[in-house]
Write a protein that binds this ligand. Structure first.
Ligand code: GRF
Length: 195
């Protein structure tokens, strides 16, 4: 049986998660969200997951050492057997624990055209640098911060008078367009490799 289960990991508002969920509901993405896991107890994305009737798991990270936390995360993920682990605003650096278990199967979305502007406040970094084009990237995560093979990107023009908020909002619209498409692509690649 083809495994099209995806696990979503988030820490905040969860708009990318909702966009993925919407794509599945519309029938544009053939996948099943097997669990939504958050390291932040009151993450809005986690409440949305419960409202949608999905399995929402809170695994608080505060006060837990990174390797130990990631071991717990792997244990939790295993019980859902996801084909892909999708980071959607998951504000933690992954330890090798997860990447070993899900090599080449952890995706991340970043609000800049990588390899430019990795790390926090990517949109602010882009504005401060003065680039005329920024955008967003979905890539396969490796042990670096926002590094790993790129799957999809969308360019977004930086407009005269853009603030961090206005630029972020236009980039976010594009994030919502590319994440589910990248998931679709990866699920097809995994399935082709298995047959
Ligand atoms: C997005 O900008 C994403 O690119 C970054 O974190 C933000 C998460 O937003 N990794 P949301 O929680 O999906 O709304």
């Amino acid at each position: 049986m083809e495994n099209r289960r995806i696990a979503v990991l988030l820490s905040g508002r969860g708009s990318n998660f909702v966009a993925i969920h919407d794509a599945i509901r519309r029938g544009d993405l053939r996948a099943e969200i097997c669990c939504v896991i958050s390291n932040v107890t009151d993450a809005a994305g986690l409440s949305r997951a419960s409202e949608f009737g999905l399995t929402a798991v809170c695994l608080p990270s505060r006060g837990t050492e990174r390797t130990e936390y990631d071991r717990m995360l792997v244990k939790t993920l295993r019980s859902f057997d996801p084909a892909l682990v999708c980071l959607a605003g998951f504000m933690r650096i992954l330890s090798p624990e997860i990447l070993k278990e899900y090599t080449g199967r952890v995706l991340n979305i970043h609000p800049a055209l990588l390899p430019s502007f990795p790390g926090l406040h990517a949109q602010r970094q882009a504005l401060q640098y003065g680039v005329k084009i920024s955008g967003c990237t979905v890539h396969i995560a490796d042990e670096g911060v926002d590094t790993g093979p790129i799957l999809l990107q969308r360019a977004v023009e930086v407009l005269e008078g853009d603030t961090e908020e206005t630029l972020s909002a236009r980039i976010l619209e594009q994030e919502h367009q590319i994440y589910w498409r990248a998931i679709d692509l990866m699920l097809a690649l995994i399935s082709a490799a298995e047959t």
